[in-house]
Design a binder for this molecule. Structure first.
Ligand code: SAH
Length: 201
């Protein structure tokens, strides 16, 4: 998976490649999908959600420059796979999932695998996680119409947000947002397809 899907497409950060080699992706997919775990695409994980394509996980991780990050916030825990990849590189990962069942499954899975530097929360990630802010980077794994303002507020000076922006029914754009001297800069990275960012009640 790492050589043919990730290195071959230009990912060079060794910390990312090592993390992708280390995290057992087959333990993050439903039992019925184990044979497809290392396939080059997203897979369903139930409740209408997906575990992202391995290359996209690697790309979104590389683009935040993880070696320089201590604290990362992820919105959209899903299976917990991307959180585990981040946790192999950074000091602590905070991840929020809106679907209670997925939150519970990911919590059990990550505890079983022994990840002590991941904290999970069940709720609407739109508001970020104020108690643990500011974050060096924020990774959003569901497509939003715009960058939630609380996430920009909770980003450290010099920090980065990577987020798919666009309508759920069309191709979206992966966007990199940077905060420098209180100003926000954004850059379009590539077309992507993510499940929608939904709002809590
Ligand atoms: N990072 C995940 C990918 C999960 S797909 C993985 O590695 O498996 C995106 C996830 O975002 C879904 O589980 C969905 O329920 C969740 N999500 C959507 N809107 C959200 C919101 N407002 N707050 C938190 N999670 C959200």
């Amino acid at each position: 998976m790492v050589n043919s899907q990730i290195k071959a497409r230009g990912i060079t950060d060794e910390s990312v490649l090592d993390a992708m080699r280390k995290v057992p992706r087959h333990l993050f997919v439903p039992k019925s999908r184990i044979s497809e775990a290392y396939y080059d695409g997203p897979l369903p994980i139930g409740y209408g959600q997906t575990i992202s394509q391995p290359y996209i996980v690697a790309y979104m991780t590389e683009v935040i420059n993880p070696k320089k990050c201590r604290k990362v916030l992820e919105i959209g825990t899903g299976s917990g796979y991307h959180a585990a990849v981040l946790a192999e590189i950074v000091d602590s990962v905070y991840s929020i999932e809106i679907i209670t069942e997925l939150y519970k499954e990911a919590k059990e899975r990550l505890e079983k695998l022994g990840y002590k530097n991941i904290k999970l929360k069940n709720g609407d990630g739109y508001y970020g996680w104020k108690e643990h802010a500011p974050f060096d980077a924020i990774v959003v794994t569901a497509a939003a119409e715009f960058v939630p303002p609380p996430l920009i507020e909770q980003l450290k000076e010099g920090g980065k947000i990577v987020i798919p922006i666009g309508s759920p029914f069309f191709t979206q754009t992966l966007v990199l947002v940077e905060k420098r001297e209180e100003k926000i800069y954004s850059k379009n990275l590539m077309p992507v397809r993510f499940v929608p960012f939904v709002r809590g009640k």
